[in-house]
Each structure stands twice: as structure tokens, then as C-alpha cells.
Design a protein around this ligand. Structure first.
Ligand SMILES: NC(=O)c1ccc[n+]([C@@H]2O[C@H](COP(=O)([O-])OP(=O)(O)OC[C@H]3O[C@@H](n4cnc5c(N)ncnc54)[C@H](OP(=O)(O)O)[C@@H]3O)[C@@H](O)[C@H]2O)c1
Length: 292
């Protein structure tokens, strides 16, 4: 697989996991396309490194990045949707502008890059791997991060649906990555805080938790970057990959809660069924789902 995978494109490359991904990629012999709002701040010079000024919220900027990468390196085999930030604060404290900005970067940015990546990988005939850096927050609701959660849930819904639309012969695989806390600037200087809403200034506020979170993150971004290259080289990469004990435990808990709630309410859920509905249809549906 490695012989056909030689170019990786990473968004949000100047810091944190993105920076780790470009250093590990170069060390492993890849051509690396580092997309950043501030490529000049990437303090590495390497013949296999192409630094591009890219704003993921601007579709033209994303399209230009794919064209440049193709022109310089001839192929794009792995695309890692990494750019993202957290908007912290209670939902009622957010301004409309803050909410749109969160979705513009974390959801629309990923959407634009994914569209370009799929088009390129399918048309080139070589296929490829797309890694979506979601979060534990793409599955587990984290108080004080509602729009961040919404953006990561949205990436997951989008990506899981796309996975089902892809023709297997195209050899394109998407992996959703769900890190727990990673030791980067995400929870520190890069966290955007809304102005506190007076109604939520009480003992139940999660603001102190997130204000003090930085420093206790579990995951080492360099180890994560190494693992992501291993995953990208698999013939059948996982559709979802949890990173860290913290993410694993929170996702297990959420999974269990969802299952319990679902089963508890089966009678309510099915109480709306038409009187003339044929129950055999349900069995057929079950069997069809087993084969999907
Ligand atoms: N650290 C964690 O605990 C954690 C946990 C779960 C998921 N994640 C996710 O992991 C990914 C990488 O984050 P990180 O931990 O490496 O954090 P980071 O150190 O803050 O780096 C995030 C990168 O995203 C880009 N970015 C940040 N704010 C942006 C904005 N307002 N507009 C556009 N781009 C912006 C930046 O790229 P440029 O400046 O180069 O453009 C930056 O290099 C993100 O998607 C994040 O949501 C992080």
C-alpha cells in the first residue's frame, strides 16, 4: 500500500496535531502539503514539503490548494482534515457570529476539503484515504462546548453517510478520528470564549473545568500522528478510531446510555405504527440491515 501512497495533505498544519502530522509525514518519506492560514510560521524547510496559505472556510482557497498539490507532487493520497478550534461557553452566551464562525471552520471547512478530496481521488483513479479529525465531542455531549459538539457531530454524520455512497472499486476510505484530550494549544490559547451569560454564573458552570483543563490532556500528538499514518496505510482502515482512554470511556458511556434509552422507549416508539402495517416488513428491514 505504501508504494502507492506518497503525498499527504494536512489542514491546520502550523500547530498541534497538524504540525505533528507534517513532521511525522516528512520523517516517513511522504510528500507533505501543509495547509495553514499562516504557512510562514511553519519553521521547517524540506524538499518534500509544500507550504500553502489556505483558509478552509474559503472554497476557492481549498480548490487552489488541491491544484497546487497536484501540480507539484502529481498525486494526493491522504487528506487529513485537521483544522479546528473550540468555542467555549454556554449555548445562550454565544453570539450568532460566534456560532457561524465555529461551523464555518469546523464543519464547512471539512466539507469543502472532503468534496475536493473525493473528486480528486475518484477522478485520478488511484483512490486514497481521508481522515476526519473529529473528537470525543463528535459523540459525547460536553457541557460548555455545544457548538463545538454540533460541528463535530455534523462532520460524523456527513462522513458516515458519504462512506455508504462510495463505490468500493474507487478504493477511497474515510476514517473518523475521535481524540480525547490532546496536549496541544486547543484548550489553551486557541480556545475561543464567549462572554459569560449571567444566568449561568452558578456552581454548575463548566467554565472553570475548561479554563483549567489545559495541562491534563492525555494524548501525545506525536504518538497520535504516527498512529494515523499506520491507519492510513491499511487496506481496510477503520471507519471510526477512538484515541485515548478518556475518549474510550466517555464514548462507551454515551453508547450505553443511548442503548438503554432506546430499549426503554420501544413501546412508545412503535405506538405510532399504522394499524394496517405489516409486521413482516420489520423482519425484512432487519435482514437487509444485517447485510449492509
Ligand atoms: N487538543 C484536543 O484536546 C483535541 C481533542 C479532540 C479533537 N481535537 C481536534 O483536533 C484538531 C487539531 O487540533 P489541535 O489539538 O492540534 O489544536 P491546535 O493546536 O489549536 O491546532 C489547531 C489547528 O487548527 C487551525 N485552526 C485553529 N483555529 C482556527 C480558526 N479559528 N480558523 C481556522 N483554522 C483554525 C490552526 O491551523 P492554522 O493556524 O495552521 O491555519 C491550528 O494549527 C482540531 O480539529 C480539534 O478540534 C483536539
Amino acid at each position: 500500500m505504501k508504494s502507492t501512497i506518497s503525498t499527504v495533505l494536512v489542514t491546520g498544519a502550523s500547530r498541534g496535531l497538524g504540525f505533528a502530522l507534517i513532521t511525522v509525514g516528512l520523517a516517513q518519506g511522504y510528500n507533505v502539503v501543509a495547509c495553514s492560514r499562516a504557512p510562514e510560521s511553519i519553521n521547517i524547510e524540506h524538499s518534500n514539503l509544500l507550504k500553502l496559505k489556505v483558509n478552509v472556510t474559503d472554497i476557492d482557497s481549498v480548490e487552489r490548494a488541491f491544484k497546487s498539490a497536484q501540480r507539484i507532487f502529481g498525486n494526493i493520497n491522504i487528506v487529513i482534515n485537521n483544522a479546528g478550534y473550540g468555542l467555549a461557553g454556554e449555548f445562550e452566551s454565544y453570539t450568532i457570529e460566534e456560532m457561524h464562525r465555529q461551523m464555518d471552520v469546523n464543519f464547512w471547512g471539512v466539507t469543502y476539503v472532503t468534496k475536493e478530496a473525493l473528486n480528486y481521488m475518484r477522478e485520478s483513479g488511484t483512490g486514497g484515504r481521508i481522515l476526519q479529525i473529529s473528537s470525543v465531542a463528535g459523540y459525547y455531549p460536553s457541557p460548555c462546548l455545544s457548538m463545538y459538539n454540533a460541528s463535530k457531530f455534523a462532520i460524523e454524520g456527513l462522513s458516515q453517510t458519504i462512506m455508504r455512497e462510495l463505490d468500493q472499486s474507487w478504493n477511497i476510505a474515510i476514517t473518523i478520528v475521535q481524540p480525547g484530550g490532546m496536549q496541544t494549544e486547543w484548550a489553551a490559547s486557541n480556545m475561543q470564549w464567549s462572554k459569560a451569560h449571567p444566568a449561568y454564573e452558578n456552581d454548575q458552570s463548566w467554565r472553570p473545568f475548561w479554563k483549567n483543563y489545559h495541562g491534563s490532556e492525555e494524548t501525545d500528538p506525536n504518538k497520535a500522528a504516527n498512529l494515523l499514518y499506520t491507519i492510513a496505510q491499511l487496506d481496510k482502515p477503520p471507519q471510526k478510531l477512538v484515541l485515548g482512554y478518556d475518549s474510550l470511556e466517555l464514548i462507551r458511556k454515551q453508547h450505553q446510555d443511548i442503548k438503554q434509552e432506546l430499549e426503554k422507549n420501544v413501546a412508545l416508539s412503535t405506538s405510532v405504527t399504522r394499524d394496517d402495517f405489516d409486521p413482516d416488513t420489520v423482519e425484512i428491514l432487519r435482514q437487509n440491515l444485517q447485510s449492509m
